[in-house]
Write a protein of this length. Structure first.
Length: 215
């Protein structure tokens, strides 16, 4: 059976490979501190187990908002205000274990992964670890490439002054490269420009409203 290029390019998880190596070394009696899987070496505390079981019994098993459960974000905002004297609105708080959005292109009648200049998958993520942006949109940044283009979006808060960095993503086959950039100002965390920098959108279309929905 012939596999697609995407399937053939899959490799074992580096994180799990490191974790397996650490566990194998421990089994040989070697004193190892394993940081691969990002999990503690002790059992889950009983009160956390009880809370998880209570949530299951209550039917709290469905998808949650990508920015976090509203009640949890409110609790975090309350904590910041009471313990730290910092007044944040729940809408300014994101609770996430990370989110990455890979860029795909349709080339040669196939859906393929777009890659950067180093050959790595072109990824957007909420932590901006790849420096490609925290959101994805389409904007007209003006000459020399007038017209609506794919852009990476990144919202920045500097002492209460919000700005959004917009960077064109140039596509050539399966190669994605960084193009021209500009910066727009925003009035608050609720400004549409800031909100769009934390999701996937194009004009009036958004991933949450117009994307594939969970049945």
């Amino acid at each position: 059976m012939q596999l697609s290029s995407r399937a053939s390019s899959l490799t074992p998880s580096l994180t799990l490979s490191i974790d397996s190596k650490a566990k194998a070394m421990k089994s040989e009696g070697i004193d190892v501190c394993g940081f691969g899987a990002g999990e503690p070496d002790f059992d889950t505390p009983e009160h956390i187990k009880a809370a998880a079981m209570a949530a299951l019994e209550a039917g709290f098993t469905k998808y949650t908002p990508s920015s976090g459960i509203p009640e949890l974000r409110q609790a975090i905002a309350d904590k910041f205000l009471i313990d730290n004297g910092i007044d944040y609105k729940p809408s300014q708080i994101i609770v996430s274990d990370g989110r990455g959005a890979h860029l795909y292109v349709f080339v040669d009648c196939r859906l393929q992964t777009a890659a950067d200049n180093q050959g790595a998958p072109f990824v957007f993520d909420l932590q901006n670890l790849r420096d490609n942006g925290t959101g994805i949109g389409c904007s007209d940044l003006g000459p020399p490439s007038a017209g609506r283009h794919l852009v990476g979006l990144r919202a920045l808060n500097n002492d209460g002054q919000w700005t959004v960095r917009r960077t064109e993503i140039d596509i050539n086959g399966t190669l994605a490269t960084i193009g021209q950039s500009d910066t727009v100002t925003a009035t608050s965390a609720q400004d549409p420009a800031v909100v769009s920098a934390q999701t996937i959108s194009c004009g009036d279309l958004t991933i949450s409203k117009d994307g594939v929905q969970q049945p």
